[in-house]
Each structure stands twice: as C-alpha cells, then as structure tokens.
Design a protein. Sequence first.
Lengths: 178, 397
Amino acid sequence: MSQTDTLPPSGLKQLWLKWRFHLNILLILVPLGFMPKYFADASLFRGDSGLGANIVENIQVGRWTLDLAELRDEAPRAEGPAGYFKAFNAACTSCDEGVKATYLRVGKPRSLRAAGTIFFGAPARMGTSLPIPPRTRPDADIWITIEGWDGKMYQASVPLAKASPATAAWLEKQGGNK
Amino acid sequence: MSKKSRSKIWFLVHSWLALPIWFFVLIVCVTGTLAVISREIVWLANPETRANPPSDEARRLNYDELLVAMQRDQPGIAVASLMTLSESHFAMLSDVTYPDGRTLRVYVNPYTGHIQGVPPQFNFEEFTRALHGWWLVPHTNGYSWGWYLVSLLGLPMLASLVTGLVIYKRFWKGFFKPTLRFNQGARIFWGDFHRLSGIWSIWFIAVISITGTWFLVKALLADNHIAISSQPIIPVVARETVPLTADGTPAPMISPDEAVRITQREIPGFTVDYVGFPSNAYAHLSIGGMSWYPLVYQKAEINPYTGAMEASRLLGDRKAVEIFTESMRPLHTGEFAGLTSKLIWFFFGLLLSMMVLSGLLIWSKRTALATANALKRSQKQARTAKAAVSTEVTSSS
C-alpha cells in the first residue's frame, strides 16, 4: 500500500472535494450579476436612454446643429491590429435637408477625402467608430465635417476632453508611458 | 489493465464529466431549448408579432408599397431594413429610427404595412439567446468570457456522448428492444430513461456538441485575428458615382423593388427575404436571401444611384470549409426548415435537458453510493494493512 492512501488529502484537494458542487452556485451568480448591465445596454442600444454619455449639444456646423455623444463614458477599446476605437453617436434632425454625409476625425481634416470616419444610420441617431491613435495629444480637438449634396464642406470642432473625458485621461496616461 | 476496470474508469469519467457543474449545464440546455422556439413563444403571447391578413383576398405588399404605408403610419421614421421571416405567420421585422432617436426593430404587417408594435424592454427572444449564448457577460473586447464558458461545454458534451456509448454495452440493441421500466423504483426508471433517450439522441448530441465547439473555435479564431473567410472587403460606393445636386436635395436612389428586380435579373433564381437600405450616402443597398442550400445566406450589393450590382456573395463563392462553418449556426439553432426543424430541435433539446437531470438523479442514487462504498473499502483496506503491519511488528518483537 502506498503512503498517499493513508495520508490525509492535501489542502487543495480537500477544498475541491468540499466545494466542487458550489461551482454551480458561482456560475448561476454570473448572469444574475450581469443582468442590470444587460438591460442597461439593451436600453442604450434602443436609444431609450438617450444618445450616450457626455452629450455636447447644439454644435453648429454650417446651417445645421448637431448633438454629439460618446456611446459609453470610457477609454477607447482595443480592436486588435486595427488599433484603438471610440464609439460616438450624433443626432442632427435638421440634417435631413441637404446633408450628404457626416464625418468625425481627430484633428482638422485638410480635405473632404480625409474627413475621417463616416457616420452610419439615420440623422436622428447615427453612429461611428473613431480611431484614436495612442499618440494623440490629450488636448486635441475632434472635428465634425458635413459634406453637403452641393459638394461643399462645413466644419466644427469640439475639444476631445469635453466629448470624452475618459479618452483624454487615457491619452494622458499613454503619453506618460512613452 | 483488465477489461472490467477499464470500463469502470470510462464509467467514472462519464459520471463526473458534467457533475460538478450540472446545474449550469442544465440551465444552458434549458435556455437553448427555449431559444429554439422563442420566436414562436412570443408569437403566441404577443399578437403584434403575427401577420394577420385584413381579409381573405389581401395580398402581401411589395417593398415600395410597404415603405409608403409605414411612413404613413409613423411619419418621420427612417427605415434601415425590411426582413421577411421564413414562416408566413410572422409579421415582418424592420429596423427603424424614430425622429426622437430611438432605434427599434418593429413588427410590420406584410399585408397593410401597419407598424403593429415594438418589442418590449424585456425582449424574451434576445434575452434567452443572450443567456444561452454568452451567459449575459458583456462583450467588451472581442468575445466575452461568458461565450467561452458556454461554448466550452461542447467538449465535455462530446466526451459524454463517446464515453456513454463506450460504457453502454451493445447500445444498438436498445433501438430494437426499448426498455423503460416504470414499476421498479426511481433508480431503474431514470437509468432506463437516460439510456433510451441517449441512444435516440446520438445524432442530436453530436450536432449540438460539434456546433457548440465550433462557437468556441470561432471565438478563438476571431480573438486571435485569424481569418478563414474568402469574402472580399466590399469597397464603398465610388465617390464619382454619387451625383452632386445643384439645389442641395439628395440625389435620387432606385427603389427597393427596382433593386430586387436588378438582383433577380443578374442572379436568376435569387430568393429575396431581406432589403437593407444604404446606411449613408456612400453605402450600398443590400439584397439578401437564402440559397437553395438552406444553411447558407446569399447577398447582393446594389449601387443605389446607378442600379449596378457591384458585389455579391453567393453559395458558389464560398470555399468548402466556409460552407461547413456557415452551416454550424443554423444546425445549432435548428432554424433552417421552418417550424418542423425547430420543433424537432425543441423536442430533442428537452430530452437533452432531461438527460442532464436524469444523469444527476442516477448519480445521486448510484455513483454517490458507489463512491462512498469505494472510499469505505479503501479505508478498510488501509486499516487492515496497518493492522497487518502492527501485528507483524508485535510478532517480531
């Protein structure tokens, strides 16, 4: 007879034997814990809880006024090799008239061809995913460009720190790492 | 190792595969079973999701008529898509944005274009799918760990199937001599039930565990940025083809019915059940529908200004491996042959859930006892061994 059979089981093994069926309870607690978050997200995507976080209202772009909000009050998310992205929403009810496309970009675009990421969706609630290069200066501006059906370009800017304080704070930290 | 002890090990492995997490496995099975028929449940509970014709001679409206009727019903909405479900008793689904910014999927009557309702805050269909699919753990960076947690269960499930068949000697005989003994106590009944439903569910457990494991592989591939798709990235509508207008009014686009006609002219036999309207001035109008092979979806992208079909993704464009991987989801959900396949999946889903439960009952009535006995035996052996040693010591001294 080997020695291990007569020795009491090790601490870890005893712990496993005693608590293994409690894994069930732990696993059931997971969805219960995430349920409020699930319903908050569902309401956010339906637009029931407004445009998003840190709404900047009434930004004048040409003859249109637009509200801009980050989808969530948080730092940019990593999307693999493509880099970091930040989801923004915009609402511009007056944009039904005359607006061909709306764009968002960190820093001022030099031309319409480099106006940034295009917004998708209806003017009453459109969204885009803005790439945020980690080397962006925290005091940078984000630029909204409206392209009219007449081919003209209209622009306005908002400080990034105002539109997304969490992104500015994140950039501050990125700068500190360099 | 003797044949007997080998089969005992198989038996123990089978018994312990799901056991420490049996309740988790059970809930995943039950929510999956419910998810299969969640749309039907909502259809029964909520009349807004039904497609009732106003009269016997009413016909289904075409897309152009639907848009006009929806706009008349709810002025100011922006329609992003129109979807016809494969069974005609369901209302059409449409993603719309209201002027106040709410973006909802609404139920549209296909005969009148009337917007019959919107899903409630608690959306049963989405909730059961989210609970079953990723245990409600939010996706923040790629796939959520809840997705991994659930999809990992495919492996022990597959192992349960294999070990189950190994320990069930000559299981094929069970097909010809089905045994379900009701009057010999609970242990016998649940044992018979477990074996009988097990052999009739071999195909289903194999399908569910293999497709479930595919969800694990899919997440692993995506999170490690490994692409197996041959699908080319479709460029946006070329700037030159989007006209400018002197007075600033939007350039005219072709109507959805025109886009459907173009698609069916370019791809004869294309069945259409989806129209996605351009999401901005440089986006295509998408036309989608199921191919003759009911597990793979086809799509065509139409330039909304020129009417040219600029891209398409058809069954024949897929590599064999893509046809395999794209078949995984419908095979998992049972959504490929209307209500019939869903009811079959629902029935076997229930059976599978019952197998988890019956497995637990058998375990609590047999394995627990056997384990306790085995423990007792080994302790007894240890005691006798000890006693033998001490006798030896005493006798030698």
